[in-house]
Design a protein around this ligand. Structure first.
Ligand code: NAD
Ligand code: UDP
Length: 331
């Protein structure tokens, strides 16, 4: 029941999804793989402020030490440089598995989604930890159903340039369910839709800030839904603590075409920014919008931050990272 002074899995929080009455909650020991990345670092902030002990496992492929540097020196925080493709031995109560090479340059050469997920499931099985997989809306491929509901199986090209990401996450979902059915691992699956916010990879945002033209691929009519990172983190934590496996769509159903997005960027960042059209990439999904009825009903979750409110928060973070305090350069 208790290991090293901590409430372990298999009892209390994990067996019923709620803390039994009268049992005071102790800090949990939580691993966040990919915790030095964009989403992971915000999740770590919330877990640390809730009183948990957090171990970040990251190989810094796309993540940055700076994203978690403010926790250095906190005895409840640990950072391990480790590639999850290699086995890892730890004693923990919960595993948030976010590690994933997010850019095409990285993910083409890397079996993280499959081998990394297998290793983290193996870890969950050995120590009886609850495991949460951050899957993606990409599992729906170029969807023939709109908006996408969790019961839709998707339309994915298995041999396209994007397939290692899409199929990798689909395989990760399969492994997760197999470990649940075959080894009784307690699992949770989130299908995350496009998310933005502070600490996001800076490549796209600096375009507008540096007065370079905004690039729109294809005719700009393809749609995406944008969720602010704090909304996502709230959804991930509710999913982990709740009693439902999922999969759950976590995204903001507000749908924008890429052209509309460019216009919102013009409105909120630079009214003089030019829009330039470029040829589209292969297999770019035409539409994407989450149906979040299931998350609303079963997790009591829905996003709170609209794009026009979230974008300025991301922009001020980008400004600081690009220009330091010299805000006059970008106005
Ligand atoms: P990110 O690139 O900022 O974070 C991923 C982290 O994983 C990075 O810190 C990276 O260094 C680390 N990593 C990669 N390969 C690793 C490996 N082999 N071993 C250890 N660490 C490794 O990306 P993010 O946007 O924060 O995404 C987090 C998770 O959410 C990912 O699983 C991603 O697929 C999923 N997701 C994100 C979005 C989004 O819009 N941000 C959408 C759908 C799904
Ligand atoms: N694994 C790990 N940490 C653990 C337990 C397992 O990294 O604490 C790895 C293990 O090395 C293997 C994978 O997880 O590569 C799957 O482990 P499991 O026990 O499910 O399978 P098996 O080792 O029996 O094939």
């Amino acid at each position: 029941m208790y290991q090293n002074g901590h409430l372990s899995t298999g009892f209390g929080i994990n067996s019923v999804g709620k803390i039994p009455l009268g049992l005071k909650r102790k800090g949990l020991r939580i691993v966040v793989t990919g915790g030095a990345g964009f989403v992971g670092s915000h999740l770590v902030d919330r877990l640390i402020s809730r009183g948990d002990s957090v171990i970040v496992v990251d190989n810094f492929f796309t993540g940055r030490k700076e994203n978690v540097a403010h926790h250095f020196g906190n005895p409840r925080f640990e950072l391990i440089r480790h590639d999850v493709v290699e086995p890892l031995l730890l004693e923990v109560d919960q595993i948030y598995h976010l590690a994933c090479p997010a850019s095409p340059v990285h993910y083409k050469h890397n079996p993280t989604n499959v081998v990394g997920t297998l290793n983290m499931l193996g870890l969950a099985k050995r120590v009886g930890a609850r495991f949460l997989l951050t899957s993606t809306s990409e599992v729906y491929g170029d969807p023939l159903q709109h908006p996408q509901v969790e019961t839709y199986w998707g339309n994915v090209n298995p041999i396209g340039v994007r397939s290692c990401y899409d199929e990798g996450k689909r395989t990760a979902e399969t492994l997760t369910m197999d470990y649940h059915r075959g080894a009784n691992v307690e699992v949770r699956i989130a299908r995350i839709f496009n998310t933005y916010g502070p600490r996001m990879c800076i490549d796209d945002g600096r375009v507008a800030l540096r007065k370079e033209p905004l690039t729109v691929y294809g005719d700009g009519k393809q749609t995406r839904s944008f969720q602010f990172v704090s909304d996502l983190v709230e959804g991930l934590m509710r999913l982990m603590e709740g009693e439902h496996i999922g999969p759950f769509n976590l995204g903001n159903p507000g749908e924008f075409t890429m052209l509309e997005l460019a216009q919102v960027v013009q409105e909120t960042i630079d009214p003089n920014a030019k829009i330039e059209f470029r040829p589209n990439t292969e297999d770019d999904p035409h539409k994407r919008k989450p149906d979040i009825t299931k998350a609303k009903d079963l997790l009591g979750w829905e996003p709170k931050v609209p794009l026009r409110k979230g974008l300025p928060m991301m922009v001020s973070d980008f400004r600081q990272r690009i220009f330091g305090d010299h805000k006059e350069e970008v106005t």
